[in-house]
Design a protein around this ligand. Structure first.
Ligand SMILES: Cc1cc2nc3c(=O)[nH]c(=O)nc-3n(C[C@H](O)[C@H](O)[C@H](O)COP(=O)(O)OP(=O)(O)OC[C@H]3O[C@@H](n4cnc5c(N)ncnc54)[C@H](O)[C@@H]3O)c2cc1C
Length: 492
């Protein structure tokens, strides 16, 4: 049998602008792609059905792209530590290529897979694909990992950005007899084009609603194109208004690598060159800064893997949260009596996505008004977001809880002021709280809805003014007792 390369897809469900896949195809066109449904991830309690549904909807298109180029993508179920080396053996693969991940679980798994492969004489090639700059490219002047976004951004934006790579062409297929032999060794090889739908239908893995973003590479490219044509120029003025479609909606695509980050960057640079006003250019730069936040949090997780389990700031793991379950359940169901918070939570529950401004509002409300541990909210988000991403979610939650990489010691949001500023006509609130459809905007914003107009909608579960004062006092007491020199997270 002629030598083959195996390319292992993980969070890079695309055919074009995929560094590892492109490099593999350049080395040897006898290339087989594989995606492995890892039971370690499928069994995780923070797996969102909507995220899995999105993933399974992306795979058939990827398989089609392989087939159209003359190759094949296979789908496996099982532990990658065992399945990937077994497939490499069955295909007589000389090497296995894949793209790096920053999550601690994936890094451990990858080390194990690499050890097994190398022990059997199979080569391994790994690439940094999901970031414009890998964590090993950016350090402070003193050689430390960045812990504050501002300086990270200033350094990051000055670095030249890599260009997108093309897509593999002219792949060589294995002979039917070779496939039969491989199938004999790995009988449970699945075809993504036929089997993803049935996996999706299996009990417990189902998401019954629509997906918040159209799945697949072609649809994501189309979304990128549409955003660049119509919305990026006003991104800086529109992105904070949840009733307006002012953002790209590409977060699920970025999370699973359905869209190449270099492709997105190049598109934003083209939009900047074509922008005819200073405002349009500001829109582009503001969006590029969001891509940088994404990289900042991924670098943070890579350098400080302990973030996955706890607070970045020393001592915050022992903060005396009240953790009242009744209040937590009111928050999860969108029944706190604060319309902006409730609309946002119902958007999350019903669509699998929430606007960024609202993520900040509900996270601040859970931690500072309800005094509930940010990790409860972090986990709830992971269980419900199509774009649920350990690095970005953890970063966002720790920022909101004041336990993370935010130079401001304590940040408190007023949900009513936020509603007045970002949903002044109450359009967003009415979309997700239709029972309040007839209530005047000023009442929706203040949350002081008269009993006669609220129907079954609950009164506020707490008083923001009172809880804000209580939280500040609790924080001051806790801070004064915090022993100096409590160690923070250490770098990996
Ligand atoms: C508490 C909290 C939890 C969050 N959880 C997640 C999460 O699980 N997954 C996730 O992708 N984002 C998360 N974010 C960041 C942000 O809310 C989403 O990325 C954004 O709402 C996605 O919408 P969009 O694709 O239209 O973004 P756009 O505004 O179009 O931004 C473009 C891309 O930049 C990235 N991005 C934007 N803002 C941020 C940010 N603050 N941090 C990191 N990356 C960012 C995303 O990849 C996004 O798709 C969280 C924010 C907070 C405050």
């Amino acid at each position: 049998m002629k030598q083959t390369i195996l390319f292992w897809h993980r969070r890079d469900l695309r055919f074009s602008d995929n560094l590892g896949l492109y490099a593999a195809s350049q080395q040897n066109p006898r290339l087989v792609g594989v995606f492995c449904l890892d039971p370690g991830i499928l069994a995780r309690e923070d797996l969102a059905p909507v995220r899995l549904a999105y993933l399974l909807e992306c795979l058939p298109e990827l398989a089609r792209r392989y087939r159209d180029a003359g190759g094949r993508l296979v789908l496996l179920r099982g532990a990658p530590q065992e399945r990937i080396p077994a497939l490499a053996q069955a295909l007589h693969a000389a090497s296995v290529f894949w793209n790096e991940d920053v999550e601690p679980y994936s890094r451990r798994r990858d080390t194990e897979v690499e050890q097994v492969l190398r022990a059997s004489g199979t080569g391994v090639c790994r690439f940094w694909d999901q970031l414009l700059h890998s964590p090993q490219e950016l350090y402070t002047g003193s050689g430390q990992a960045y812990q504050v976004f501002g300086p990270f951004w200033r350094k990051w934006i000055r670095l030249p950005k890599p260009k997108p790579v093309g897509e593999p062409r002219g792949l060589e297929s294995l002979l039917p007899s070779e496939w039969r032999a491989a199938q004999g060794e790995i009988p449970e090889m699945l075809d993504p084009q036929t089997d993803c739908r049935s996996i999706r239908r299996q009990a417990g893995l189902n998401w019954k609603g629509d997906l918040p973003a159209a799945p697949g590479e072609a649809a994501s490219r189309q979304m990128l194109h549409e955003f660049m044509e119509n919305r990026i120029a006003s991104y800086h003025t529109q992105r904070n208004f949840p009733a307006v479609a002012g953002t790209s909606g590409l977060s699920a695509a970025f999370h699973l690598g359905v869209l190449g980050i270099r492709t997105a960057w190049a598109a934003s640079c083209r939009a900047e060159r074509q922008s005819f006003s200073a405002g349009a250019s500001e829109g582009v730069q503001t969006w590029q800064q969001e891509l940088c936040w994404r990289e900042f949090y991924q670098h943070a997780l890579w350098h400080f893997p302990g973030l996955a389990d706890g607070a970045f700031r020393p001592g915050w793991d022992r903060f005396p949260w009240e953790n009242r379950e009744d209040l937590f359940h009111a928050w999860t169901r969108g029944e706190t009596g604060f319309p902006m918070v409730d609309a946002a939570m119902r958007q999350l529950n019903s669509t699998g996505w929430m606007h960024n401004r609202c993520r900040m509002i509900v996270a601040a409300f859970l931690t500072k008004d309800l005094c509930i541990d940010w990790r409860w909210g972090e986990k709830y988000f992971m269980r419900h977001l199509a774009d649920g991403d350990l690095a970005a979610n953890n970063g966002g939650w720790q920022w909101s809880a004041s336990s993370g990489m935010d130079p401001k010691p304590l940040r408190i949001f007023n949900p009513c002021l936020q509603a007045g500023k970002y949903d002044p006509r109450g359009d967003y609130i009415r979309t997700y709280l239709p029972e309040l459809g007839a209530v005047d905007a000023s009442l929706l914003i203040s949350g002081n809805i008269p009993a006669g107009q609220r129907g079954n909608y609950p009164p506020p579960v707490v008083s923001h003014a009172q809880r804000q004062a209580e939280f500040r006092a609790l924080y001051a007491r806790w801070k004064s007792k915090l022993a100096p020199g409590v160690p923070g997270l250490s770098m990996a």
